[in-house]
Design a protein. Structure first.
Length: 390
């Protein structure tokens, strides 16, 4: 295909979000200056976030979906997004405050099924209009300029700005680590220890690099105090970490490293094996801290003993969503698997080799894990024949 022909297979997709301080909402407009390559876009709406959907061309709203057939020229779809959302009573995972807002791009632009001409893909940008007294907006996406982001996901033909966003009167600390731009961003004057977070990540970064190899070009860590949800939540290119959450808990585990593992690896399960996704994140939150010198060998042993005791009543790991105790039991199983791989290969292979293979696959299940481990050690793994995985 000629360069000119390739160029005609790309359509411009422009997202524009205005944060309205009067309504505490975002007013979003999606524009396609030339939509000849797009047949239809079927958005999956969430009644907790999206309302007042309008568009030119043909628009059908039914069963929580907005099915849009845009006109060939100057296509526009608009809707309103709620910025306040409680994850649990009194704790928010999306919020508007006087001087800042924290939200996810996944909610700003809902998931969509897109029908296009053969081979067509988008070239997307996202532009923000902020309240007058706000000075900045940050995300894990590269910036075109202060309030414009380039949204380019090579794995998708329809680019969406997924991951965490923070806007307002912000303070941000930045470092560049082996080609990765790390940013820690939080509202000003709210007691967030940005440099503590940066320093902790710097100390553990070499171990992440050794485990994963190629790291993403940019990662944003968003932090804020109450009434934000008191935990950590990962996303593409970014994560949220509550300002009062310890980087290392008294039991020796690390929510920050756990969520950073999710963000860096992008591993997900196919629907029934969340135990391995969460188990790996928790296992490496401990292991990376140990390899970095943050845990002694005796302390590491105590952490595993504590997890084993806490999860001793767990009899089943597989399922759609892993509980905290199931995740703890998964860590114990992974430690046994690590020992089996090491023993059967005389130290030539390790759990790291399995993890790297899973990172390449991204979307995983138990059968895949068994196949990869069998390739590593030459026989089926006894550990993966556990009653916990039936």
């Amino acid at each position: 295909m000629s360069a000119k022909a390739k160029q005609t297979r790309t359509y411009q997709l422009q997202y524009h979000a205005t944060i309205n301080p009067d309504t505490e909402q975002a007013e979003v407009q999606i524009s396609l200056p030339d939509a000849k390559l797009v047949n239809s876009i079927d958005f999956r709406l969430d009644e907790n976030f999206h309302s007042n959907v309008q568009g030119n061309g043909e628009l059908e709203l039914k069963d929580g979906r907005a099915i849009w057939q845009p006109p060939e020229k100057n296509a526009r779809l608009s809707y309103t997004v709620e910025l306040n959302h409680e994850r649990s009573p009194g704790e928010y995972d999306s919020i508007y405050q006087k001087d800042f807002a924290i939200f996810r791009g996944d909610d700003l632009i809902p998931p969509a099924k897109v029908r296009t001409k053969l081979g067509a893909h988008s070239k997307a940008t996202l532009t923000f209009e902020l309240p007058q007294h706000w000075n900045s907006v940050n995300s894990g996406w590269p910036k075109k300029d202060d309030r414009h982001f380039i949204i380019d996901n090579p794995e998708r033909r329809f680019d969406r700005p997924t991951g965490w966003f923070i806007a307002g009167k912000l303070g941000t600390r930045r470092e560049r680590l082996n080609g990765t731009h790390i940013a820690v961003s939080a509202p000003q004057n709210m007691g967030v220890k940005r440099m503590d977070l940066v320093s902790f990540i710097l100390m553990n970064w070499p171990q992440f690099r050794e485990l994963v190899g190629e790291l993403p070009p940019k990662i944003l860590i968003v932090s804020a105090p109450d009434p934000l949800w008191r935990g950590g939540l990962s996303g593409p290119n970014s994560l949220f970490f509550h300002a009062d959450r310890p980087m290392v808990s008294e039991n020796g585990t690390s929510t920050l490293l756990h969520e950073l593992f999710h963000t860096i690896t992008g591993i997900t399960d196919k629907g029934n094996d969340d135990w391995i996704v969460e188990g790996l994140a928790e296992y490496y939150a401990i292991e990376i801290l140990y390899r970095s010198g943050g845990l002694s060998e005796k302390r590491r042993e105590r952490v595993f003993n504590w997890l084993a005791d806490w999860s001793k009543d767990i009899t089943k790991l597989r399922g759609r969503s892993s509980t905290r105790q199931q995740t703890a039991r998964a860590v114990i199983l992974l430690e046994a698997l690590a020992q089996e791989i090491n023993e059967k290969t005389k130290g030539e292979k390790s759990l790291d080799d399995l993890t790297r293979a899973l990172i390449k696959e991204k979307h995983i299940d138990l059968a895949m894990i068994k196949d990869i481990v069998e390739d590593l050690i030459g026989t089926p793994a006894d550990t993966l024949d556990s009653p916990l995985l039936k």
